[in-house]
Design a protein around this ligand. Sequence first.
Ligand code: ATP
Ligand code: MG
Length: 485
Amino acid sequence: MKIPKEIKDIIKTLNKEGFKAYIVGGCVRDLLRGEDPEDWDITTDAKPLEIKKIFPDSFYENKFFTVTVLTKSKNPKLKEIEITTFRKESKYTDKRHPDEIKFAKTLEEDLSRRDFTINAMALEVLNKKARVIDLFNGRKDLKNKTIRAVGNPYERFNEDALRMMRAVRFATIFNFKIEKETEEAIIKNAFLIQEISKERIRDEFLKIINSDFPDKGIEMLRKLGLLKFIIPEIEEGYGVSQNKHHIYDCYTHSLLSLKYAAEKKFNQNVRIAALFHDIAKPRVKKGEGPDATFYNHEIVGAKMTYQILKRLKFPQKDIEKITKLVRYHLFYYNVGEVSESSVRRLVKNVGLENMEELLQLRMADRIGSGVPKAEPYKLRHLKYIIEKVSQDPISVKMLKINGNDVIEILKIKPGPKVGEVLTILLSYVLSDPKKNKKEVLKKEVEKLKTLSEKEFKELYEKAQKEIEDVEMKRDQMTKQKYWVV
Ligand code: ATP
Ligand code: MG
């Protein structure tokens, strides 16, 4: 087992001062699974102020008896190490926070207040090896892929109802099953999740969403009766059939879209949008059977999405982005059929920075419908049009000189000639961008004075053709970039 030197040093230092110290919790579980721990936690019988005294580079915020020690490590996971004094938790009258947290005398007490057996192991660091302290058969459960509460699951979920969601989270990210008695206790106590702060619920929800199999996590939340207290709107789609264009009910389709988004490693916002994009369908459904309709589901769905995410205390930026994705997920696009100006309008509504995610959502939606393809050609073509309408136009506005300058130098009146001169200058600048300087261009205008009317016209026509060529080449390059013809 690879235990970093920084961790060993902290433990040795505590031992030298006469204190016990162990690596504990999630990091022991991860080490035994052969994974790199996300963070390292140490537990000790030293009291916070004693820890602080031993490690001058540390701070104590008087919260949960945890002292944070700063190390000199370059590894971000090892820069701050949390050391927590052995704790036990007393009564939870509000099902949220322990009424008070008490110091414990022994490691045994500390381990028994932890949530699941796989999270309740400690590691004693000896001279050359390490010994696992496993009082609740966590290693066996790890081997059998089982999430099992430490002690009586009913009591444990009554103390802290978030543990029920943590059970689902660990089962989802590790692809474990929840042991029977623990599972039954969740089903019976699911309603207690309502007592938990929305922020804590959101954080667990996001860990499920960002896992490899988030659809399984959502389905587990539903089966255990938790979903209806967390995001009941998702459950409204359960068993709600669609129409002749769909083979799955609304709920199943949403989960399959989410599944695809995760398979494609799409980001958190796209995953949530995939789960939510049809959330309003049950509410706007008209009729039954093959001709049922869902008019305005994207508009009602965007409103619902906004409210749900607000309720779950998401950051405003994410709320707005996901809401937009849901609002515009139905955009219509067909090669040659949809005009550039309607694409321009879509880009304006959704924001250029969100277009990639909107297209990803569309792919997730398509695959989640059970159709064989995610429309790759059509979407690539749309990407091409999006880029095309978003490019800066090639125009005389790019020049560092304007019509007034031309009028002044040539001493002519405003008229078509001014535009023709600028067009000639533009062709120069396109073939040599370094020429786009006021002084250089002024000199070029001076040179035009010496041309005859016929020579000027020829030069102007040549310039027009060159500009057209550049525009065509740029268009071809954009097409090549997206593999469209
Ligand atoms: P991750 O870091 O991936 O979220 P973790 O298991 O390390 O997983 P943390 O929230 O970091 O979870 O908590 C560290 C340890 O503290 C857990 O492994 C567990 O032993 C204990 N713990 C955390 N939350 C609770 C809780 N709500 N009830 C009981 N014990 C908990
Ligand atoms: Mg952790």
